[in-house]
Write a new protein. Structure first.
Length: 103
């Protein structure tokens, strides 16, 4: 299983700022290994963030996103103490969900 995501969430003036660092190799499928063979594609294809069961971010990614991607976004309506859950899914069916509390 992949390493936990590093998630920082803070609320200020009614706006919640979410910063996420995801641990993933993000192989494009175009790189060759030492023997000259293509390394198969392995990348995050979908990211979803929820607050109180409501989706506040939904993103579809392709293989061009860098290794260990960073994502930052804002949304309105969160309060200190509320939970935020972030889930990623990759093109090989692996997934990871982590949760944190708004500060």
């Amino acid at each position: 299983m992949a390493d936990p995501m590093r998630i920082r969430v803070a609320a200020r003036d009614g706006v919640v700022n979410v910063k996420i660092l995801m641990s993933h190799e993000m192989e494009t499928g175009q790189r060759k290994d030492g023997a000259g063979k293509l390394v198969s594609a392995h990348y995050i294809s979908k990211v979803t963030a929820t607050h109180k069961g409501q989706t506040v971010l939904s993103a579809e990614w392709g293989p061009a996103v860098a290794k260990n991607p960073f994502l930052e976004f804002n949304f309105k309506g969160g309060q200190k103490g509320d939970k935020i859950a972030v889930t990623w899914e990759d093109n090989k069916g692996e997934s990871r969900t982590d949760e944190t509390t708004i500060n």
